[in-house]
Design a protein around this ligand. Structure first.
Ligand code: PAF
Length: 286
């Protein structure tokens, strides 16, 4: 496994593989790798000749009062995980090379980034799409892998690739959960025992919504209210949003229809957790 910190070095290494016609799988991460990331790495290895994991805590996707400084940085353990999972390259870009002082360009997927998480994190997705554009250009990846836990991110990245005719395939992979349902997230490391228990309410409310729908409930307000009651039963929970939207446009739906995304963000203590499920009534819930 080769660890690369320089953009030019990464580009040079990859050029040789591309010239031979080999496929490149990219797993973009901010580190603090867990089983969710490992599932992306495994899928990338299955589907590509060469796999790159990038680790970069991207400053432009954090708002001024968010957790950029305290975001967990576990480089040694992350590299070990990449090594044991047979990654070919780990890209560890340097912040001053990614964002030099004269950096001016941002990529924004307009309306999709302004709803759901974009309401309380107005510059977040612009930061995500900008760093991903850079990573896609640097690695010349054939495919890039993302967890469905960040559903809005996944939908936005797919739209960016479509709109900007980027030569990359975006692969969404199922959310990985603890046995009790908590979606894996690097931010779970912030939770104390009591908060972790409250964190379980996110998946509990999603499961409740899914069951209501599968039993024929079509009224969005009824479903949202039940979810709200579940979340509010926690001692440390405060709802940022609970939304039921079309899974492509992210526009709220007025009644349960074929392709919906049920998404929520909840503050548990000081930690903001997100989770979601996609429901396709033709295939039942996924
Ligand atoms: O999902 C993440 O970890 C980040 O948003 C990403 C895609 C690595 C961009 O910094």
């Amino acid at each position: 496994m080769v660890i690369i910190e320089s953009i030019d070095k990464m580009k040079n290494e990859i050029t040789a593989y591309k010239e031979k016609g080999l496929s490149i799988g990219l797993v973009p991460t901010m580190g603090c790798l867990h089983a969710g990331h490992i599932s992306l790495i495994k899928k990338a290895i299955e589907e590509n000749d060469i796999v790159i994991v990038s680790i970069f805590v991207n400053p432009t996707q954090f708002g001024p009062n968010e957790d950029f400084d305290k975001y967990p940085r576990t480089r040694k353990k992350d590299l070990e995980i990449c090594r044991t999972n047979s990654c070919d390259f780990v890209l560890l870009p340097q912040s001053d090379e990614m964002y030099p002082e004269d950096f001016l360009t941002f990529v924004e997927v307009k309306s999709l980034g302004k709803v759901l998480c974009g309401i309380s994190r107005p510059t977040h997705f612009r930061g995500v799409t900008t760093i991903l554009t850079k990573l896609f250009n640097i690695t010349k990846a054939t495919r890039a892998y993302f967890g469905q836990k960040d559903a809005q991110q996944l939908i936005i990245v797919k739209k960016m690739v479509e709109d900007l005719n980027m030569d990359i395939e975006i692969i969404g992979c199922s959310t990985v959960r603890e046995n009790d349902g908590l979606a894996l997230s690097s931010r779970n490391t912030y939770l104390n025992d009591e908060e972790r228990k409250d964190g379980l309410l996110l998946y509990k409310s999603l499961t409740l919504a899914k069951n209501l729908i599968l039993n024929g409930e079509k009224n969005i307000e009824v479903i949202k209210k039940e979810m709200e009651n579940t979340i509010n039963s926690g001692k440390n929970t405060s709802i940022d949003y609970i939304e039921i939207v079309n899974s492509k446009t992210l526009k709220p739906v007025s009644k349960v229809e074929d392709n919906i995304l049920i998404a929520l963000a909840v503050k548990v203590g000081n930690t903001r957790l997100i989770d979601n499920i996609f429901i396709d009534l033709r295939e039942k819930a996924i």
